[in-house]
Design a protein around this ligand. Structure first.
Ligand code: MD3
Ligand code: FE
Length: 230
């Protein structure tokens, strides 16, 4: 990165440049970005959404399989492989609204990762997928391409550490880079990294911080822009 960039943008970073790692163009990891209070608030909010209007569940796949991760959505409901306002594949209920505070959190996340306040102010995520991983849950290598927008994805992790596998844009195979994602970590995927294959081959049970309100397991919140109307 151009050193002048960091010099001029430094005041808006929430951590110094040493706290950000660009693992690929547009893919920025900010360890420990969420403070303890914010982690607790997010766990509490996710716990609320997990109970309804659409309960958290293992998503059924079109070929008869079922995901090991448990998922609940806000803003838009994701099912393989589209977004709807109503969870036809769960209980027919309309999904919870995407809260304004989460838009604000997404903008702060973008500013922290990229140091670009104009891009952050323009960022208006309208859906979040909340994934809960028990000790056995994994997520196979995939691309997120059901959105009609190339806007960045903001990922927040709370609880147990996992191995996050960041691949390439061509296929689900090597080359890839394995990164440990711990409680409080922010990851933003934009630009050329937006359509990279990625997955979670394992979590590390017992590595989380129970003070977040999550006794076991891993919570991941990904904010996205669907590009869908209304
Ligand atoms: C890179 N979630 O919900 S977060 C997903 O930890 C998903 O639950 C994982 O993959 C999880 O789709 C990984 C990191 C992540 C999320 C979205 C991405 C990386 C991404 C979209 C594009 C590129
Ligand atoms: Fe994904």
């Amino acid at each position: 990165m151009n050193p002048r960039f960091e010099e001029t943008q430094f005041p808006i970073f929430e951590q110094g440049p040493a706290g950000r790692t660009e693992i690929a163009p547009g893919a920025v990891h900010v360890p420990g970005w969420l403070g303890p209070e914010e982690r607790r608030e997010l766990v509490a909010a996710c716990r609320g959404w997990a109970t309804g209007p659409v309960p958290i569940r293992r998503t059924r796949l079109p070929r008869g399989g079922v995901m090991s991760v448990r998922t609940v959505c806000v803003g838009w409901h994701w099912q393989p492989y589209r977004y709807t306002r109503v969870a036809e594949d769960v209980n027919g209920a309309a999904v919870a609204a995407f809260p304004d505070w989460m838009v604000a959190l997404g903008r702060r996340a973008l500013a922290a990762a990229y140091g670009d306040e104009a891009a952050a102010a323009d960022y208006t995520p309208d859906t979040a997928l909340i994934n809960f991983y028990d000790g056995e849950a994994t997520l196979g290598m995939h691309q997120d391409k059901d959105e009609r927008s190339a806007a960045p994805v903001v990922s927040l992790s709370i609880g147990d550490t996992c191995v996050f596998r960041f691949g390439n844009t061509e296929n689900r195979n090597r080359p890839w880079t394995d990164v440990e994602l711990a409680s409080g970590d922010l990851f933003v995927f934009g630009g050329p990294s937006r359509f990279a294959y990625h997955g979670v081959p394992r979590v590390r049970p017992g590595t989380g911080d129970p003070a977040t309100g999550l006794a076991t397991g891993r919570l991941n919140i990904t904010m996205r822009v669907t590009g869908l109307p209304g």
